[in-house]
Design a protein around this ligand. Structure first.
Ligand code: PLP
Length: 386
């Protein structure tokens, strides 16, 4: 087997990512890992498998390489990759007993919130969504899973992971953190006490808007982890080999991409913070952000590329702003090299609590001045304040 000289030897995260755990192909010396596309693996003369899998649903070397790299970056015990972020989140939810109590914030990735609500309506889980202090919604002896997202879509609330971990553990619950927007670069939730960290690897980790995938990384392997392994093997699938290979390719540049996006976003947030066509810019790196102090402490390597503009206009004006843009692309998703702008109310629908005038930006790594002048010209074209 090719890439099992993997070890991080205490190396720093940038080195782990750039060298993908310092791996070379044992057969050829290639510094780029091969892709193992085979769905099945032949046994040797003793009728034994050469690797700990005989079939792709049980795993393959390309998958394990990506999983081991992500586990090392998040300082976790192990990682499981899934064909989408949503699949990963709901495999974790599937480990809860019937009626298990879940606490989550109202302001979170809307599709996951809607699916939690569907599961509650069917009696599969009981659910407390809260707008305020998440710890106050945790019920000792009852809550099984506390789920947070920080910074959270699309209002970019920042939650104190260590404080919520303590509250969850005191109540006998586990804490799962959607860390998609901090991308294993600027916050490591497991080191702050979380039990599971989740990523939509579709976003920064792959970083090129060409892979759909999700990851769960655990603080320790326990009975729940064994169940997750079994669940994936029997009822779902790991991320497919080509997607794992693209993810590995993207991970090599994770740190430079994330820092580039963070630097651009910080400059854009400062530039537009008091623009006459905006009520505000919501960005955790601005001193005006309500949880800036937590962000300063918890986001140790930049504030990321995500922000929201609160335009002094209405639903139609905010949509018009998105279509006025010529450099930023009017598309959903986040974390790619290219900057995206999105009118969230259009995407989330009329029942969503997202304000009509909110436009979410995923800032990429283009030239900063191109981005600033594009946002300027798009703002100039929307009608004067209403
Ligand atoms: N969590 C966050 C914060 C997201 O932004 C997304 C997708 O947009 C998801 C979870 C779901 O991930 P996926 O789209 O890979 O299923």
């Amino acid at each position: 087997m090719s890439n099992h000289q993997m070890s991080n030897h205490g190396r720093r995260p940038e080195t782990i990512a750039a060298q993908l755990l310092h791996t070379t192909d044992a057969a050829t010396g290639a510094v780029v890992p091969p892709i193992h596309l085979s769905t099945t693996f032949a046994r040797n003369e003793n009728y034994e498998n050469l690797i700990p899998s005989d079939y792709q649903r049980g795993g393959n070397p390309t998958l394990w390489h990506a999983e081991e790299t992500l586990a090392a970056l998040e300082k976790g015990a192990a990682c499981l990759l899934y064909p989408s972020g949503m699949a990963a989140i709901f495999q974790l939810v599937e480990t809860l007993p019937m009626g298990g109590h879940v606490v989550a914030p109202t302001n979170m990735y809307y599709a996951a919130r809607l699916w939690l609500q569907k599961l509650e309506a069917k009696g599969r889980i009981s659910l407390s969504l809260t707008d305020h202090d998440i710890a106050s919604a945790i019920v000792p002896g009852k809550t099984q899973l506390v789920w947070i997202e920080t910074p959270s879509n699309p209002m970019w609330d920042v939650t104190d992971i260590a404080a919520v971990a303590k509250a969850a553990h005191n109540a006998g619950a586990i804490l799962g953190v959607d860390a998609t927007t901090t991308a294993a670069v600027t916050t490591q939730p497991l080191t702050l006490g979380a039990d599971y960290v989740f990523h939509s690897v579709t976003k920064y980790l792959n970083g090129h808007s060409d892979v759909l995938g999700g990851a769960l990384i655990c603080a320790r392997r326990d009975q729940r982890w064994d169940e997750l392994l079994l669940l994936r093997n029997k009822t779902s699938a790991p991320l497919a080999p080509f997607e794992c290979w693209l993810l590995l390719r993207g991970l090599r540049t994770l740190f430079v991409r994330y820092r580039g996006a963070s630097n651009n976003a910080m400059a854009i947030a400062r530039h537009f913070a008091s623009h006459p066509k905006l009520h505000s810019v919501i960005y955790p790196g601005l001193a005006s952000h309500p949880q800036h102090d937590i962000a300063k402490r918890q986001m140790t390597d930049g504030y990321g590329g995500m922000m929201s503009l609160m335009l002094k206009t209405d639903y139609a004006g905010a949509r018009k702003f998105c279509s006025n843009l010529k450099v930023l692309l009017p598309a959903t998703s986040l974390g790619g090299t290219e900057s995206l702008a999105e009118h969230r109310k259009t995407v989330e629908g009329s029942s969503s609590p997202v304000p009509d005038n909110l436009v979410r930006l995923s800032i990429g790594i283009e030239n900063l001045n191109d981005l600033i002048s594009d946002i300027e010209q798009a703002l100039a074209q929307i009608p004067a304040a209403i």
